[in-house]
Design a protein around this ligand. Structure first.
Ligand code: UD1
Length: 336
């Protein structure tokens, strides 16, 4: 089977490509490299000993995408391409809406033109906004709190409408909790531009001495130690969730949504502690004010994915820390 992976040189896309190749799928990657590095393609080949076809194209250009579907008989699509920085999306909403929505619309149009109807979409737990209770189930109300989140929610709505319009469609939205970690080879991982926004890359950059100290955003949340609680999930577990969804897609309804998380929440202080224990490194940190827009707690009820996809996360917080650290040590400057 030929799987088109959009955003395949990005963090989650590259790890999912490896799992696809390991399962003998052929992978065709399209990526405009706006937030990733072409070296990822070489690394993927090193890890898997498999060939990957790569097109450096932008999904905003429908013609270019059309040509990919002419060149390859695509069986299914995994759609990761999109902007994802919350803060930037607040400053540049038009950039976010244009890129995330138009690229998805172009993709779906071209898929329909070529009678390709299987689509797995990279969504986010951010679509739950500030949930009223925990763990978060798929049928909880959705509510975006920033343009990035709203773009994910809008796309989910578009995909749901599409699935109603033509019963050939088989679409799955996977709502990720907090992906961290890296491939165990240490050859691919998360490579944020500039100063990281997210906890784990920030933490590993402090540990390696690139940043002076970690700022813990708030210690007065109504949680066990006052710091924010999240459901961190190893990116390789997350990648495997996509394979399960693909394997089961024919048996699913036309449109399905699944949480991908571990079902367990860790506070920021617990993550720091786990990291120190797992790596033997000391991490300097201080408490600062809450980050605007952060919610106190978020963790998944992941039982739907277990029941229907037969998927669950296997790696624990120590694996996540060890693999993040291994990637950071082997690639102190990311892919550069
Ligand atoms: C963030 C995004 C979310 C996105 C996800 C992608 C926000 C508000 N949310 O989630 O929409 O889908 O990334 O991975 O940006 N923390 C610190 N110090 C830091 C960084 C983070 O204390 O330097 C804390 C945060 O307050 C939070 C936890 O660590 O409690 C996790 O933060 P982060 O990794 O940024 O993820 P989210 O905010 O959950």
């Amino acid at each position: 089977m030929n799987i088109l992976v959009t955003g395949g040189t990005g963090y989650v896309g590259s790890h999912t490509t490896i799992e696809l190749l390991n399962k003998n799928y052929n992978v065709i990657i399209v990526d405009n490299l706006s937030n990733s590095n072409e070296k990822v393609i070489e690394r993927i080949k090193e890890i898997t000993n498999r060939h990957v076809k790569f097109y450096a194209i932008d999904l905003l250009n429908e013609e270019d995408l059309n040509q990919v579907f002419i060149n390859h008989k695509i069986d299914a699509v995994m759609h990761f391409a999109g902007y994802k920085a919350v803060g930037e999306s607040v400053k540049l909403p038009l950039k976010y809406y244009t890129n995330n929505l138009v690229s998805t619309l172009n993709l779906c149009k071209v898929m329909e033109r070529f009678n390709v109807y299987k689509l797995i979409f990279s969504s986010s737990a951010t679509v739950y906004g500030k949930p009223a209770s925990f763990p978060i189930k798929e049928d909880f109300p959705t509510n975006a709190t920033n343009p990035y989140g709203r773009s994910k929610l809008m796309i989910e709505g578009i995909l749901s409408d599409l699935s109603n319009s033509n019963k050939n469609w088989k679409i799955v939205s996977l709502r990720y909790f907090n992906p961290v970690g890296a491939h165990e080879s240490g050859k691919i991982g998360e490579d944020p531009n500039g100063i990281p926004n997210n906890l784990m890359p920030f933490l590993t950059q402090v540990a390696i001495g690139k940043l002076p100290e970690l700022k813990v955003f708030g210690n007065d949340y109504p949680t066990k130690d006052g710091t924010g609680v999240r459901d961190y999930i190893h990116v390789v577990d997350l990648a495997k969730g996509h394979i399960k969804a693909l394997e089961k897609i024919d048996a699913l309804d036309n449109y399905e949504v699944f949480n991908l998380g571990t079902g367990r929440g860790y506070s920021v202080l617990e993550v720091i502690e786990a990291f120190q224990k797992a790596t033997g490194m000391q991490v300097k940190y201080k408490f600062v004010d809450r980050r605007p827009g952060d919610i106190p707690v978020s963790y998944a009820d992941a039982t739907k994915a277990l029941k229907i996809l037969n998927w669950k996360a296997n790696k624990d917080i120590f694996d996540m820390c060890i693999d993040s650290w291994n990637w950071q040590q082997n690639n102190p400057n990311g892919y550069n």
